[in-house]
Ligand binder design. Structure first.
Ligand SMILES: [Zn+2]
Length: 90
């Protein structure tokens, strides 16, 4: 998943100002943002960009947007999720 694909997915989770900033990045790139918009983007990405899985503490690459999204939604990485699902089946 690319950065832009990631932004397209999270875009609809935000409203007004934040959504506008995300749309601007998708259309014109981060270079097009002013300082205020960069601040908005940074603070909304902060919630997604985590460095470790909160469950197994596995390190996550700084450009692994698919995992960021997964952990944000599931609260754990794919590995933990699979282990958890298997545990529930037994
Ligand atoms: Zn994990």
């Amino acid at each position: 998943m690319t950065y832009i694909e990631f932004l397209r997915i999270i875009k609809d989770r935000f409203e007004s100002e934040e959504k506008k900033v995300i749309e601007k990045v998708i259309v014109s790139g981060e270079e097009s943002l002013n300082d205020e918009e960069i601040e908005i983007l940074d603070s909304l990405l902060e919630n997604y960009k985590i460095s470790n899985c909160p469950n197994c503490l596995e390190a996550i690459n700084s450009d692994d947007y698919e995992t960021f999204l997964f952990i944000y939604d599931e609260g754990m990485c794919g590995y933990c999720r699979t282990r958890y699902d298997n545990m529930m089946k037994e």
